[in-house]
Design a protein around this ligand. Structure first.
Ligand code: CCH
Length: 291
């Protein structure tokens, strides 16, 4: 049942904190993947934003165009219906929030609630229309290497350091054969935000997995972890590798740089004048509110 919103209602930071809290309350689950929806919500926030093109200033999180076909059906977005459907009751309860704000806020709550860094965030995205959908092919193709990811992320306006920092989100979640075709988690703790992605990339031996699925790496020791060709290119490329090494050595540095880059990512495509606040906010974790 959608709540009635008075015509002159202007949500405050406290109202968004309520939405944050609601999202946080549905993250844990006994019957999905590794016990948390946090990873797939982080992926939703990223795919909703990563369509940005800095030249044409199209795409990004502003219009939440993944609600529409064909974007919802773009191969890269396979499985994200799970995340969008999960958030639908929250959208009904807080009907005043835009989809773009809800999806990006869900990414923020997901990271913060699983021991990740604080992600500065502010509302202001508006719901757009089907004709705002961007063409397929703007998100990275995991089968490729460093030249491809540079091209894709430079188009969004990111540099090499930010590419490596953002990639650390693969500490979370897993690949699903029925979504991307790839299989398995990157780390042993896929529902906790850590710098393990980098330590494993650097410290483990990786070899091609022998199977009839798409080309992916497995760790030779346990054969339970995976790396995509794009992940592995981060240690094959000299410039990328320098950052991988830094983030493997310092979780603090990774948290600091991830926070900044992810916050930027979530604001791509939003005209600054639309934001409800001149500076992004820091929302409190559930733990912080109870102490
Ligand atoms: Fe990613 N990612 N990602 N990724 N991703 C996949 C899953 C997650 C690439 C490919 C894939 C980022 C960058 C890249 C997450 C966050 C981020 C999957 C498996 C593929 C393939 C999908 C499936 O089968 O379910 C490629 C290629 C790149 C860059 O080159 C960035 C940046 C972020 C966030 C900042 C998260 C989280 C997941 C896990 C989702 C889940 O359902 O567990």
């Amino acid at each position: 049942q959608a709540a009635k919103v008075p015509a002159n209602f202007t949500p405050t930071k406290a109202d968004y904190q309520k939405v944050y809290n609601k999202i946080s309350s549905i993250l844990e689950t006994d019957n999905y993947d590794d016990g948390s929806y946090a990873p797939v919500l982080v992926r939703l926030a990223w795919h909703a934003s990563g369509t940005y093109d800095k030249e044409s200033k199209t795409g990004g999180s502003n219009y939440a165009t993944m609600r529409f076909a064909p974007e919802s059906l773009h191969g890269a977005n396979n499985g994200l219906n799970v995340a969008r459907t999960l958030l639908e009751p929250i959208k009904k309860e807080f009907s005043w929030i835009s989809y773009g704000d809800l999806w990006t806020l869900a990414g923020v709550a997901a990271v913060q609630e699983i021991q990740g860094p604080k992600i500065p965030w502010r509302p202001g995205r508006v719901d757009g229309f089907e004709n705002d959908v961007t063409p397929d092919g703007r998100l990275p193709d995991a089968a490729q290497g460093q030249d491809h990811i540079r091209k894709i992320f430079y188009r969004m306006g990111f540099n090499d350091q930010e590419i490596v920092a953002l990639s650390g989100a693969h500490a979370l979640g897993r690949c699903h054969t029925d979504r991307s075709g790839f299989e398995g988690p990157w780390t042993f703790s896929p529902t906790t935000f850590t710098n393990d992605y980098y330590t494993l990339l650097v410290n483990e031996k990786w070899s091609w997995r022998k199977w009839n699925g798409p080309k992916q790496y497995e760790d030779t020791k346990t054969k339970t972890l995976m790396m995509l060709p794009t992940d592995y290119s981060l240690i094959q490329d000299k410039k990328f590798r320098e950052w991988v090494t830094k983030y493997a050595k310092s979780q603090d540095l990774f948290f600091q740089d991830f926070s900044k880059a992810f916050s930027t990512l979530l604001e791509l495509g939003v005209p600054p004048a639309q934001f409800a606040s001149p500076e992004p906010w820091l929302l409190s974790t559930v733990d912080e509110q109870s102490s």
